[in-house]
Structure formats: C-alpha cells, structure tokens
Write a protein that binds this ligand. Structure first.
Ligand code: FES
Ligand code: FES
Length: 151
C-alpha cells in the first residue's frame, strides 16, 4: 500500500507499483487538469509538483511516491488565484490550452525559488515545455507579470 497526499488529501494506492502517477491522477482521482502529451518526458504537459518540485507525472512511478506530497493544477490555489493563474488569464495566454496546466505548474515552481526571474531563468525553466500552438511569447510575458504580482 502506497500512501501519499494529493492536493491536501490523503490518498492510498495498492495497485501496480510501476504505474505512472499520471494514470493515478487522471484515471483514479479524476484530476484531468494534468495532461498526457508524449508519455516520454519530452513535452511537459503532465507536470505537477512532488514535494514542491516540478515533476513529470508520466515518468513518476507510484512506487516512488510513498509519503510524498503531490500538487496538481487543481490544487495550486483553492480558487485559481495563484499569481501565475491570474497572469495567464490577464494575458490570455492559452490557445488550445492543452499544454498550459503543465506550463503554469512549472512557472509556479520557478517563482517559488526565483521570485524575480530573469529572461534566462524563465527560458531555462520553461524550455522542456512544448506548445503546439506557439504561445511562448505570451507565456514568457505571463511569468514576468506573475512575478510582479507576488506578495
Ligand atoms: S506527457 Fe509527460 S512529459 Fe509529455
Ligand atoms: S496552447 Fe495549445 S499546445 Fe499550448
């Protein structure tokens, strides 16, 4: 039995320990904000936080998550008012939206460690996130805007 915390709630799992976290989130907890893109750690669509660090949920096996704390886009802020979420809305960042929860989770993790990121910091942090719609300029602008909103 694996016990973990997801968005503040204690959860347990006693299935296949090699199953990716992404399946647990989407199929067992119905937390479908986290997306499946490539499945091979190349696109970033499945990014969540594990103990506060950005992690690719398609690559994290359940067996590695005993006692861990997971945050998904649904749990980033109780009412969707995290500075990144506010900035994303204000700048109308998403096009199709598929990649954006992963983008926001990466940005939120960056802002926690670097509240005033440089352009280079932003590019480095976001480089592993693919957006088929090409919203990269708005993503960068939104990260900067979110940084300005931080308390
Ligand atoms: S689905 Fe996990 S990185 Fe693409
Ligand atoms: S908004 Fe469509 S893939 Fe990024």
């Amino acid at each position: 039995m694996i016990s973990l915390t997801v968005n503040g709630a204690r959860r347990s799992f006693d299935g296949d320990p090699t199953m990716p976290l992404l399946w647990f989130l989407r199929d067992e907890l119905a937390l479908t904000g986290t997306k499946y893109g490539c499945g091979i750690s190349q696109c970033g669509a499945c990014t969540v936080h594990v103990d506060g660090q950005p992690a690719r949920a398609c690559q994290r096996r359940m067996s590695t998550l005993e006692g861990r704390t997971i945050t998904t886009i649904e749990g980033l802020h109780p009412t969707g008012e995290h500075p990144a979420q506010v900035a994303w809305r204000e700048l109308d960042v998403p096009q199709c939206g598929f990649c954006q929860s992963g983008q926001i989770m990466e940005a939120a993790a960056l802002l926690r460690t670097k509240p005033k990121p440089t352009d280079g910091d932003i590019d480095t942090a976001m480089t592993g996130h693919l957006c088929r719609c090409g919203t990269y300029p708005r993503i960068r602008a939104a990260v900067k805007s979110a940084a300005e909103k931080l308390p």
